[in-house]
Design a protein around this ligand. Structure first.
Ligand SMILES: [Ca+2]
Ligand SMILES: [Ca+2]
Length: 254
């Protein structure tokens, strides 16, 4: 009896979830593992202007064998994808795996950008994830990963320092931002690390840049660059999920 009640509620909940919204839309998902060589990578991710390219390598990776290495000299690559459309209640999620080559060092100029246009100047037209040398290790409460939103904080990089546990360590870290029509939510290794209000003109993004295109005191690797639009669960699905949680509590108490 308890099992039937539970499965019935679960079925109702799952059908509610299905009704909630369409599947997530993946606009970019590059693990760099399909490129046979540097030329193949360059064909997909051209160098930016006269700045040299990063290097397809297998010295570090999260997925498969490959990632892209950025040295201490200026290197930068770019990919233009379909327009994301302006953010709504459904977040535009931009994420990357970043190999911090020296978690004890002062922040250095290695980052990835999501841009509206190739020369962004307006508020909200550029969001950046990684590290930049405008702040030292001790600034902003500790040695945290960093981000930038054009128009916020004077356009300067800031620390993702809401959670004291999310300090830098040498190795791979997942950095992400979820952009809605009201806020930018930043995540480090899946944990919420900073929230910035989105009070700016809403932008449609299409340009991704890897590497700062500037010299850096430390090297870095990037893997798994993703851009997706995540459907928010509908109010009906949320209510059904809440109902299921109550039911589970009741069944456990019986
Ligand atoms: Ca990879
Ligand atoms: Ca655009």
């Amino acid at each position: 009896m308890k099992t039937h009640l539970f499965s019935g509620a679960l079925a109702v909940c799952l059908s509610g979830m299905t009704l909630s919204a369409g599947a997530q839309t993946i606009l970019l998902n590059d693990n760099f593992d399909a490129y046979a060589n540097q030329s193949a990578f360059l064909a997909a991710w051209p160098a930016v202007g006269a700045t040299p390219s990063g290097t397809l390598v297998s010295t570090q990776s999260v997925s498969g064998a490959n990632s892209i290495h950025y040295s201490t000299v200026a290197q930068r690559n770019e990919k233009v994808i379909a327009e994301t459309g302006v953010p709504t209640v459904n977040p535009i999620r931009f994420s990357v795996d970043f190999f911090d080559s020296n978690g004890a060092a002062n922040p250095y100029r290695q980052y990835v950008n999501l841009q509206d246009g190739s020369g962004p100047t307006g508020s909200g037209q550029l969001i950046s994830l990684g590290l930049n040398n405008n702040l030292l290790a001790a600034d902003g409460g500790g040695n945290f990963y960093m981000a930038r939103v054009l128009g916020f904080n004077g356009g300067a990089y800031f620390k993702l320092n809401d959670d004291p546990a999310l300090v830098r360590t040498t190795g791979w870290h997942n950095l992400a931002v979820e952009i809605t029509d009201t806020q930018f939510k930043f995540f480090v290794d899946g944990f919420l690390a900073e929230v910035v209000p989105n009070s700016y003109t809403l932008r449609s993004y299409e340009t991704v840049r890897l590497g700062s295109g500037l010299s850096s005191t430390q090297v870095a690797w990037f893997d798994n660059v993703r851009i997706e639009i995540i459907p928010e669960p509908s109010a009906v699905a949320l209510a059904l999920m809440g109902g299921l949680a109550l039911l589970v509590v009741r069944i456990r108490r019986q």
